[in-house]
Design a protein around this ligand. Structure first.
Ligand code: IVH
Length: 683
């Protein structure tokens, strides 16, 4: 058994590396998940073989009450910044003088814009991960860093020092950042200003399962040890790449100043195409012996320098402001700018976010404003050049009425944004909800863009998402820009959306504050839309990530007659309203068949969603609340007293995580043994 566990761990580590570092997966996601399930299962049955570096721990569930501080064995210094080629030349001259050579090898690397991390490996296993902190000591964020898939938990190959530290940057790729902010926007939470803040904030979260869901990434760029394998930085990094670390492919070994300059130019162009932020180039002496001779100041090494790209911003006139109505009714002020060239594209519009932001900037129509592109897609206004404010500048007045339907706008408690409350009569809200419903991450209906949806709405063909399922190809084929072929494709795609899994259906409904992650938790916790609809606010709040605000919003959704009519029509259309049962091939056993469980509280070894999945995979059923139909209450820490009391009153058996593990373990040994999973070709 131990052998199989280790075989699975090795395989999963290798496939993780192939997928996340090399971007060249060898097996399908489904095969990967199957291996992961098997390992999770074996580990839960054999706690004696537990290993905190197992790939299963990447899902992360440890709850840290606060971060413990850890000393750095070698201080974490910062870098000297330069902003001109002249300063880089000065650096080169100093280094060449010390080396007493005309030409010196310099490693040139992107300067990744994230948050610095120091990883310690002992005997090839990740021992701890510590933030830079004050340079002498930092926060121990090991549990969080373990969730980052490009950070190897155990190393490949051999030849690494028994003890070494590797340093690098944890960052949030643009795709993760955009997804995170979209979800936060949906939940009415404060947005992260840029991927760097998002990465730093995420690394300091207390709940590593949330960290896992945010998809951080890493690049490593320096090794520290008394026993490095090679005398140069370049060779050591190449070695580290073989051990499984993610080392940038965009580094270059330069032999003179001309090559350094060419690299800076190349990176300045390349960086606009990279899927993560870079804010400059780091230039480092390659020869480690020369580094020692150059030494360090108290703040930074003398053997490296950072060349920072100028922040790309442009000054232009703010001409007018539009107020856009989104699908949730939120009003976004959007500045129309005199077109200006910025980082290779012409910028004409920039978001002003909300009334507070406008007040904060003191922006007025007619002002000259600074526009910047951060990691965000939409450029933002970062400041005003007051010296150029025209005498006739006009303060921006937030409208009192919805610019689309004339309904008085409202501002809810704790919300920075204004809303149009006319959900069922305000055209952009209706069209926006339909566009959201058919989006790729929701019902994934192809061939229908925003314009076509607006057309269908204006033609009276689609007034709500439920109308989509009544559409006929001949109604579509006569519309401008659509022919018979695309009409047939759209109808086919709508047909197919009936198979979209339940969690995405919940997301597609567009309930305020219910983003993709919340939808997944709701699906796992309640199992069906009927159960969600019937749940009280307190019961709703028992699902992971659901708080009072989201619970209230779900209740509001189901309190609306118009929504209930839509829900009923979607049900009739055959949309998935419940969690698919695990398929026969996925089932681990039938040992819990006929048994019903309610899960409550927090658990040390598994997330609630994992426990629910186990119950299903062993043939049991999850219920949302304790009733006379409940067989077991699986109780974790911080379980609600009311729930316990109810279970006691009804004589429901209360079990803890260990008893549950024993149940699935024991039952399998004594019960009919499930088919042993076929040994798979692992590599
Ligand atoms: S080397 C002695 N290489 O920039 C300093 N740092 O402004 C060793 N950074 O704290 C750092 N990309 O967080 C190095 N390729 C790179 C880097 C890099 C980003 C960060 C790092 C450092 C900060 C200094």
């Amino acid at each position: 058994m131990k052998e199989r566990i280790e075989q699975l761990r090795d395989a999963l580590n290798r496939h993780n590396y192939k997928y996340y570092v090399e971007n060249a997966p060898e097996i399908s996601d489904r095969q990967f998940d199957a291996l992961m399930h098997e390992l999770q299962e074996l580990e839960s049955r054999h706690p004696e073989f537990a290993d905190q570096n197992s790939p299963t721990r990447r899902v992360g569930s440890d709850l840290l009450s606060e971060f413990v501080q850890a000393e750095h064995r070698y201080p974490m210094l910062s870098l000297m910044n330069t902003y001109s080629i002249g300063e880089v030349q000065d650096f080169y001259n100093r280094v060449a003088a010390e080396a007493e050579k005309q030409e010196v090898e310099l490693a040139c690397e992107p300067k990744f814009d994230g948050t610095a991390i120091s990883l310690t490996y002992v005997d090839g296993r990740l021992e701890r991960a510590v933030t830079r902190g004050d340079g002498q000591k930092g926060d121990d964020v090991t549990a969080n860093v373990r969730t980052i898939r490009t950070v190897p938990l155990t190393l490949h190959g051999g030849g690494y020092p028994a003890w070494f530290e590797i340093r690098g940057e944890i960052f949030m790729p643009h795709s993760s950042f955009e997804r995170l902010n979209a979800e936060r926007e949906e939940r009415g939470e404060q947005l992260f200003a840029n991927p760097r803040n998002a990465a730093a904030g995420t690394l300091k979260l207390q709940d590593s399962s949330v960290v896992a869901s945010r998809r951080l990434d890493s690049f490593l760029y320096s090794l520290e040890s008394d026993a490095l394998p090679h005398p140069t930085h370049w060779e050591n990094l190449a070695e580290a790449r073989r051990w499984g670390f993610k080392i940038s492919e965009d580094m270059e070994l330069c032999r003179n100043m001309a090559q350094v300059e060419a690299y800076i130019d190349r990176l300045d162009r390349l960086r606009h195409t990279l899927p993560y932020d870079t804010d400059g180039v780091v230039i480092k002496v390659n020869d480690l012996a020369l580094r020692t001779r150059l030494g360090t100041t108290s703040k930074a090494p003398r053997w490296a320098v950072a060349y920072k790209f100028a922040a790309e911003r442009a000054l232009t006139r703010l001409e007018t402001v539009d107020f856009q109505v989104g699908r949730t009714g939120a009003i976004t002020p959007v500045a129309n700018l005199r077109p200006v060239l910025l980082a290779g594209t012409t910028v004409k519009r920039a978001s002003l976010h909300n009334a507070e932001q406008i007040a904060l900037l003191d922006a007025r129509v007619g002002d000259m404003v600074w526009v910047e592109k951060g990691g965000e897609v939409i450029p933002k206004i970062t400041g005003i050049d007051l010296s150029q404010r025209p005498a006739d500048s006009v303060p921006i007045v937030f409208p009192a009425l919805c610019p689309e339907c004339g309904t008085p706008l409202v501002r809810y408690d704790g919300e920075a944004r204004h809303f149009c409350p006319n959900q069922n009569g305000c055209p952009p809200q209706i069209v926006g909800r339909i566009v959201h419903f058919i989006a790729r991450r929701a019902m994934d209906v192809d061939g229908l863009g925003e314009e076509t949806v607006a057309l269908l709405y204006n033609e009276g063909l689609v007034q709500t998402v439920a109308d989509l399922y009544d559409l006929r190809a001949e109604q579509l084929a006569v519309l401008p820009r659509l022919g018979e072929k695309s009409a047939a494709n759209i109808i086919h795609s709508i047909e197919r959306s009936r198979e979209v899994p339940f969690n995405r259906v919940i997301y597609a409904l567009g309930i305020k504050f219910v983003g993709e992650t919340t939808a997944r938790h709701l699906a796992a916790h309640f199992g069906s839309l009927d159960a969600i609809e019937a749940a009280s606010p307190e019961e709703l709040a028992e699902a992971e990530e659901v708080g009072e605000k989201i619970a209230a919003s779900i209740r509001d959704y189901f309190a609306d007659e118009a929504n209930l009519r839509i829900v009923e029509r979607l049900r009739a259309a055959g949309v998935q309203f419940s969690q698919a049962e695990a398929s026969d091939t996925e089932m681990l056993s039938q040992s819990l068949a006929g048994k019903t469980f309610v899960i409550s509280g927090t658990f040390a070894r598994h997330s609630r969603d994992e426990l629910k999945r186990f119950i299903e995979l062993h043939g049991g059923r999850n219920l949302a609340s304790v009733s006379s139909n409940t067989d077991f209450l699986l109780a974790g820490d911080k379980i609600g007293p009311a729930k316990l009391q109810k279970a006691n009153e009804l004589g429901v058996r209360i079990i803890d995580e260990h008893e549950f593990e024993a149940m699935i373990g024991e039952a399998e040994i004594s019960g009919p043994s499930p088919e042993a999973p076929a040994q798979q070709e692992l590599f």
